[in-house]
Ligand binder design. Structure first.
Ligand SMILES: [Zn+2]
Length: 140
């Protein structure tokens, strides 16, 4: 287990990093931003087709804003700042489109599957869909 100790604790520091509050902020952003790839990969492997789950966009937005904060107030490196200065725009736009699309779908009264407006029957169970089953929950 000495090798494990060497991996996490070297140069007398955890991961060899001189930890400060700003380092915690920066690494939190890195973990959030990097974890989105694993979320997307997992969703794709699970469905056996390329899927970009909504959590991917939330992790992209959160991670990039934390990294932008770190870049602006700690690192102050123009390359680092520019890399995250405008990234939030497509992330927010994708979230807006996602939630707008979800609001416009019908919920199957039999199996709770979401179907697109214009569908007359559930693609999952075949139950008839009525306009009154519109997903109108404001928190979605
Ligand atoms: Zn159904």
């Amino acid at each position: 287990m000495d090798w494990l100790h060497q991996v996490f604790w070297f140069h007398g520091r955890f991961l060899g990093v001189a930890w400060t509050a700003w380092k915690v902020v920066g690494w939190t952003g890195n973990v959030a931003f990097t974890s989105r790839f694993f979320v997307q990969w997992y969703a794709t492997e699970k469905r056996k087709q390329v899927v970009v789950p909504v959590l991917f966009w939330w992790l992209s937005l959160g991670g990039s804003l934390v990294l932008l904060t770190y870049a602006l107030f700690h690192d102050r490196d123009s390359v680092f700042i520019f890399a995250y200065a405008f990234a939030w725009i497509p992330y927010i736009r994708n979230l807006m489109i996602h939630y707008r699309n979800e609001r416009s779908r019908l919920v199957c009264p039999e199996c709770a599957t979401l179907a697109h407006i214009g569908s007359h029957f559930c693609h999952q169970c075949g139950a008839p869909l009525a306009p009154s089953t519109l997903a109108a929950s404001p928190d979605r």
